[in-house]
Design a protein around this ligand. Structure first.
Ligand SMILES: [Zn+2]
Ligand SMILES: [Zn+2]
Length: 159
């Protein structure tokens, strides 16, 4: 999770490094001139630094999108969102790298870590039944219980 301040720090350092490399190698302040008159080393250096800059920016864009996504799902600040899994409960966004990106249950609309979402609950459905797509483990348990109740009721009528 990149913090805005850290990111701006990195961002600034990278830009300074790119301009410095350009200036030291071809005495110009325009990094694109390196591709015209710079040495191979200068081209490689500026390209690498530029790639880091772009990667960082894309990461930041992705993070803002995730924030908006989680905020839209919970209606609360993304920083407050926690995974509802009983064995997790960790904040959603800072644990993306270890627990996976947020995924929203199509039934209860709560965001979960992908890894926690995919854990199969310890319930079984009557044969021929399928869990609806994108149900979180909690909703799967509720769904399975409801199906069993229906089935039992139905079987009771047969007796
Ligand atoms: Zn759910
Ligand atoms: Zn989790």
């Amino acid at each position: 999770m990149i913090k805005m301040k850290q990111f701006l720090g990195c961002f600034g350092t990278l830009i300074v490094l790119i301009i410095l490399t350009t200036y030291l190698t071809i005495s110009s302040l325009n990094p694109f001139d390196v591709y015209v008159s710079g040495s191979v080393l200068a081209k490689v250096l500026v390209s690498l630094l530029g790639a880091m800059l772009v990667t960082g920016m894309l990461g930041l864009v992705q993070q803002s999108l995730l924030r908006i996504f989680v905020r839209g799902a919970t209606g609360a600040p993304a920083e407050d969102a926690r995974c509802p899994a009983p064995d997790c409960g960790l904040p959603l966004l800072p644990y993306i790298s270890s627990h996976g990106p947020p995924i929203i249950c199509s039934n209860c609309h709560r965001p979960w870590h992908l890894r926690c979402f995919k854990k199969e609950p310890a319930v079984e459905l009557p044969s021929n039944y399928r869990f609806p797509k994108r149900f979180c483990p909690d909703c799967k348990v509720k769904f399975a219980r409801a199906q069993r109740r229906d089935l039992d009721k139905w079987l009771g009528q047969l007796d």
